[in-house]
Design a protein around this ligand. Sequence first.
Ligand code: R5P
Length: 292
Amino acid sequence: MIVAAGPASRELASKVGAQLSIRVMPVEFKHFSDGESYIRFPDELKDEVVVVVQSTYPPQDVHLTQLFLMLDAARDLGSRLVVAVVPYLAYMRQDKRFRSGEAVSVGTVAKLVEASGAGRFITFDLHGKNISNLFRIPAENLSATRVLGEYLSKLSLRNPYFFAPDVGTARFAEAVASVLGAESAFFEKQRDRVTGQIVTATKSVDVKGRDAVIVDDIVSTGSTVVSAARILREQGAKDIYVACTHPLLLGDARLKLEEAGVKTIVGTDCVASKVSVVSVASVVAESLRKLM
Ligand code: R5P
C-alpha cells in the first residue's frame, strides 16, 4: 500500500503514512497559465493499493479536479485498487433538492469520484447521515468526534457543557461530550434558503459559570456559531470554545467568532487551516488497516 499525498492534504497524508509505516508519495502538481491543473505520480503504481489523500475544501473546484485527475491516473497506471480519502467532501451540504430545479451537487461529485476510478471511498462527518445512498463502491463516513473529544479532554475545561447549534448536528455534540462524560444539548436554528440569514431560537440552558463548547460539523462563514455563542454568553457561560471537524472559516469568520466571545476554535486537519490542531490520521489509518 502507498499513500499518494494530494496537493490539498500533504501533512495529513504524511501522518497517515507514518501511522501505517508505509511509503508516502507527494504527488507532483502545477497550474498551467490558463488555470488548468497538472498532476504527475513520480513513482511506479503498478499492482499497488494506492491511497489518494486529497481533501476538497476551498478552492473546492480546483481540489476536486486534482482529485479526479489523481484517481483516474492511478487506475490507468495499473494500481490494484485506488482508495479515495477525501476528508472534507465538497458540496456535501447540497445533498437534496431544497428548492425545485436544484442540482443535487454532492450526488454528482460522488458519481464523478466513482467514474474516475476510486474502488473505495473514505470521508469524515458527512453532513447527511447516509453515505450508502451516494456511492455504489464501499464507502465509509468516519467521524472526528473521538479525536476532538480527546483533545478537549486535555484542556481542563470547567464543568463543560456541549452544544450543537442545530438539531442536525446534535449527534456530533453528543458524541464529543461522551468522550469527556459531559452533558450536551442542541439549539434550533433556521436559515433562510435565499438570503442565508441565520436565526437561532433562544433556549434556557444551565450554563452559568461553566465552559461551553459549541460543536459543529462545519464552520463556514461562522454565522451559525456566532448566533449560538450569543445565547450562551447571555446566559452566563464562562469561556466559549468551538470544536468542528471542518474549519472552513471563510473570510472574516475567525474575527466574527472572536467578537462573539469565542475563546478558542479547535478544528481538524480534514481542512488544512490555522486552527487544525487535531489530526484525523489515526482514524484514517485504523480504517485502512483492514485493507492491508
Ligand atoms: C449546517 O447546518 C452545518 O451543520 C453548519 O452549521 C453550517 O454549515 C455552518 O455554516 P456557517 O458557518 O456559514 O453558518
